[in-house]
Each structure stands twice: as structure tokens, then as C-alpha cells.
Ligand binder design. Structure first.
Ligand SMILES: *[C@@H]1O[C@H](CO)[C@@H](O)[C@H](O)[C@H]1NC(C)=O
Length: 273
């Protein structure tokens, strides 16, 4: 009788494990077949061989590109070199990239590890570039002023906060004001991997400003990209491991109300509306 009970429990454990394993693989899209596609109007842009996590295009056609992210579990193509911010002028016939020089005595270039980026342009046309940085795998936001003539970024300030422990992407709504996604809840690498493996969905979105910081949305299975509509009324959050895009209404007090969720079943170049 005892043997039967042990066997039943073992079987049950194994079944639960199998079930969990398969849902984990589904969350990661481990079984997706990737078909080659023809890209007739695309050109390879040279000089971004270390990969890119994010890009941001100004209304005048200048694009900032974040390159060289080192992130646990992801392959790094230039493990011994710091990351960089590239500039590309999309008005050119055959645009090339140029590395922006970073100036500012207090900024440590050797540990620069840029992830999500966003820009904010104020009334007198000063362009600020806000960059999620992971120096030594920590999370900070670096605030830069873009100097177009000099093709450089002047480092103004580093922002850290206990509600910004695992930033992935940001969207700026002021020079020092932004929404940010935290792709994990835990900071400890061991707890982080269990958090993802078990699918706890404890990832969250924060609003940051110098005198008000608050969690504005939570319960995500890996909150990743974040953006805002051109009219500033809606905020969009990509939930990677759930394959969903969330749409929120943004209020004047910066809180967000969920409006709708769009499930992304296939990544397709065709319009699937
Ligand atoms: C923020 O504004 C919304 C919409 O006006 C309101 O429903 C909500 O209660 C406000 N929240 C706080 C914390 O003031």
C-alpha cells in the first residue's frame, strides 16, 4: 500500500513537472519554426555587429541606436568592449552609423552597458537622451544632453532608485521623468532565474520623476519594451513571455488604467489585422 502511494506521488510529481516544463517552453517559444523571409528593400547597416537592443528616431530623422548589451543568458558579440550609442541620419541616401562621443568627467565609460533608450525634447529644442545602463549588471538611467554639432553626448546625471532594480526599457515624458519596465522582481541572479522558470509574473512598470516614484502596473511575465502614443494619451507595454501587448490610458497624475490586451500569436511580416 505504501509502495503504491509513493508511486502515485512520484507519478503526480513527474506529470506536474512535465506540464510545467512544456508551458515554460511555450512561454519561451522554444518550438517556433523560423522560416527564412526575403527582404527585398532592406540593406545591412555596417558597424552594429555587437547587436542592438533599442533605437529611437527624432522627428528630424536622426536615429540613436543602443549597441553592445551584455545581459545574463544572452550571447555577447563583444564581451570585452563597453557598449555604445550610435547615430544614424535617415535622411541620407545610404545612411551609415557614427559612434557618439560621451563626455562628462564623472561617467565611467568602461562599464557602459546600454539597454533601452528614449529621448525627450524640451521647449528650447534641447534633446535629452535617457539610457538604461547596466554597469556591473546593476540598473541605472543615464541622462545625457545631445550635442548635434559636436556629435557627442554630455553626461548630466545618473539616476538610481530601489523601485528600478532590473530596468529593461524606458519611455521619457520629461528630462528626468519616465516610465520604466523592470523585467524581473528579484535582484539576486539565482532567485531571478527561478522567478522566470516558475512563471511568477512579478515583473512591473514604474513611473519615475525627481519627487514622485510609483509602481503603475504589475503582474507581468517579463515586461520588456515600453512606449507612448504620439499624442501622449496611451502607454504600451510588451509582455514578452506571455506574448502580449498591453494598452493603458495615461492620466494627468501619471497612473495608468488598463484599456486592452493584444495577444501576438505569430511574428509575421504580413499585416494580420
Ligand atoms: C489618478 O487619476 C485617476 C483618473 O483621474 C483617478 O481615477 C485616480 O484615483 C488618481 N489616483 C491617485 C493616486 O490620485
Amino acid at each position: 500500500m505504501a509502495k503504491l502511494l509513493v508511486l502515485t506521488l512520484l507519478g503526480l510529481g513527474l506529470a506536474l513537472f512535465r506540464d510545467h516544463r512544456s508551458s515554460y517552453q511555450t512561454r519561451l517559444n522554444a518550438f517556433r519554426e523560423v522560416d527564412p523571409v526575403e527582404l527585398p528593400n532592406c540593406n545591412l547597416v555596417k558597424g552594429i555587429e555587437a547587436g542592438s537592443e533599442d533605437l529611437e528616431i527624432l522627428p528630424n530623422g536622426l536615429a540613436f541606436i543602443s549597441s553592445g548589451l551584455k545581459y545574463p543568458g544572452l550571447k555577447s558579440f563583444e564581451p570585452d568592449k563597453p557598449g555604445k550609442i550610435l547615430l544614424m541620419d535617415l535622411n541620407e541616401e545610404d545612411p551609415t552609423v557614427l559612434e557618439l562621443r560621451i563626455i562628462g568627467s564623472k561617467f565611467d565609460l568602461s562599464s557602459f552597458n546600454p539597454h533601452g533608450i528614449s529621448t525627450f525634447t524640451d521647449e528650447d529644442d534641447t534633446v535629452y537622451l535617457l539610457v538604461v545602463n547596466h554597469p556591473d549588471l546593476k540598473s541605472t538611467v543615464e541622462l545625457f544632453q545631445f550635442q548635434e554639432e559636436e556629435k557627442s553626448l554630455l553626461h548630466l546625471k545618473t539616476i538610481r532608485h530601489k523601485l528600478l532594480p532590473n530596468m529593461n526599457d524606458i519611455v521619457a515624458v520629461g528630462p528626468e521623468h519616465f516610465y520604466a519596465t523592470n523585467d524581473h522582481y528579484f535582484v539576486d541572479p539565482y532567485l531571478k532565474s527561478w522567478e522566470v522558470y516558475l512563471g511568477l509574473a512579478w515583473s512591473y512598470v514604474v513611473y519615475y520623476s525627481p519627487n514622485d516614484v510609483q509602481v503603475v502596473a504589475d503582474g507581468f511575465d517579463f515586461a520588456n519594451g515600453i512606449n507612448i502614443s504620439p499624442d501622449g494619451k496611451y502607454v504600451y507595454v510588451a509582455e514578452s513571455l506571455a506574448h502580449k501587448i498591453h494598452v493603458y490610458e495615461k492620466h494627468t497624475n501619471w497612473t495608468l488604467t488598463p484599456l486592452k490586451v493584444r495577444r501576438i500569436n505569430t511574428i509575421s511580416l504580413q499585416n494580420d489585422n
